[in-house]
Design a protein around this ligand. Structure first.
Ligand SMILES: NC(=O)c1ccc[n+]([C@@H]2O[C@H](COP(=O)([O-])OP(=O)(O)OC[C@H]3O[C@@H](n4cnc5c(N)ncnc54)[C@H](OP(=O)(O)O)[C@@H]3O)[C@@H](O)[C@H]2O)c1
Length: 247
């Protein structure tokens, strides 16, 4: 099975549910060695057990991406255990939706801390290793909300996802000669993301919008596509949404 995924060491943040969890399974089936991070130990243990039971290779480290040292420890665990890191998937994210006029500054802070700063901590941890290896692949989870502002309600979330695109493109321009960078920009995908909204009216709207959501496996396939390309091909952006979605 020479698929350019087999034996790659792939670190995934936010691997305890949704896109991260499904991507871990999908890549493990294709022979990747997985290093999974998130805050929920029981969920991570379950995913790792399932992968190992099917003959795959995986471990997890409890990781809060808002803590720089924990993100570094996750990346270090990959190198200590498997000797290298080929791909970092900066996937952890939250989406508490509410109108700006609600002035939910704590939620704004959290979105910036997880969706932007958490991703930057991932880049900080892996970039020196990628540069030393003269190879590596950053896969960052943006969103269609990083292409078009999702308002009212998702303005700050959109801001964080515009930032993901900008950071990934700037990174590509700077280190792109040997290091690959991909922004994955999904529309509505079935996961726990919608549960991070607790503003009552917004939550109803989000739940209705997510009725058209496509399975997380659709994103896992897109991520695998980016990874399996030959080393001289860098898939920089993939936008995918439900066929029924207009936003
Ligand atoms: N679903 C969609 O429609 C959609 C569309 C576009 C983009 N995205 C993006 O896709 C990514 C994954 O989202 P999802 O849909 O799979 O949502 P999800 O099911 O809610 O998964 C989010 C993951 O992030 C983790 N996480 C949250 N805060 C964290 C923190 N502080 N430290 C470490 N991990 C943290 C969660 O794990 P713990 O709670 O265990 O820490 C969980 O594993 C996000 O970046 C999201 O913005 C999703």
């Amino acid at each position: 099975m020479d698929n350019n995924i087999k034996n790659k060491v792939v670190v995934i943040t936010g691997a305890s549910s949704g896109l991260g969890e499904e991507t871990a399974r999908h890549l493990a089936e294709r022979g990747a060695k997985l290093v999974l991070g998130a805050r929920r130990e029981d969920k991570l243990q379950e995913v790792v057990n399932e992968i190992i039971a099917k003959g795959g290779t995986a471990l997890f480290r409890l990781t809060d991406v808002t803590d720089k040292a924990q993100v570094q420890a996750l990346v270090d665990a990959a190198v200590v255990t498997y000797g290298k890191i080929d791909v970092l998937i900066n996937n952890a994210g939250i989406m508490p939706i509410a109108p700006m006029s609600e002035v939910r500054t704590e939620e704004w802070d959290s979105m910036i801390d997880v969706n932007i700063k958490g991703l930057l901590y991932g880049i900080a941890a892996a970039l020196p290793l990628f540069q030393k290896q003269e190879s590596g692949h950053f896969i960052n989870l943006g969103s269609v909300a990083g292409i078009k502002v999702f308002s009212p309600g998702g303005t700050v979330y959109s801001g964080t996802k515009y930032a993901v695109r900008a950071i990934t493109e700037g990174l590509r321009h700077e280190v792109g000669r040997s290091i690959r960078t991909t922004t994955i920009e999904p529309g509505a995908v079935d996961s726990e993301l919608k549960l991070s909204t607790n503003h009552k009216e917004s939550s109803a709207g989000v739940n209705e919008f997510y009725e058209m959501a496509i399975p997380a496996a659709s994103v896992a396939r897109a991520i695998a596509f980016a990874i399996e390309q030959p080393a001289d091909v860098d898939i920089n952006e993939i936008v995918l949404r439900p066929t029924a979605q207009d936003f």
